[in-house]
Design a binder for this molecule. Sequence first.
Ligand code: PEP
Length: 249
Amino acid sequence: TPGVRPLIAGNWKMNGTLREAAALAEGVRAGLDAVGGADLLICPPFVHLHVAAASMGWKAVGIGGQDCAAEPNGAHTGDVSAAMLADAGCGYVILGHSERRADRGETDALVRAKAEAAIEAGLIPVVCVGETEAQRDSGEAEAVVAAQMAGSLPEGFAVAKGVVAYEPVWAIGTGRTPTEADIAAMHARMRAEIAARFPGQGETLRLLYGGSVKPSNAAGILALPNVDGALVGGASLKAADFLGIAAAV
Ligand code: PEP
């Protein structure tokens, strides 16, 4: 999108020891000079956030959480608040990832409440949406994604420069991706939804594609209209692959 700096975000999911996290963060930092065309973001597990943030000097690469609580604090055993993430060096938080929607029963309403909490804490929410394979096969993909956006994005989303990641569930970790034409069509629909919901503000929000992005397919995907970066899972666990994707911008 003209005037929008792409964002390449790595979702480390539940992987790695502290030592491995430190090494991966350091590997990303060490290769930064070669990838000047995009903003980079890494999203380690909660317990590795601090070491990753420290490795980045707290600014060269963005740091994000993979989830946050909707509540600001209190009796919520096992949860982490948005303010805690900000305090740990995060500028972003992934919300509504399909693994949380599927495995933890997260609804659009909960994702929206979490996004509101994130914005309140000064974080940029990266809200994930995407259809299942059955939904795509039955021609519902765009309607499903539009409904997820309507339900998951809070009112303050555009002012907070929120990010939407289109991640078809069937493309995550499978090595399969939609065709470039299908990605472009979905992102055009997402841009239209954003523009209608947030008049005058949505045109420059970042829309990421996620699902089996790797160095070999990144250039084609990242060149598509309305694709303003990528959310990368598996390939973000190797610094060279993650940087290779960023270099494809
Ligand atoms: C993800 O889960 O956000 C993701 C895009 O995973 P992968 O790149 O491994 O498909």
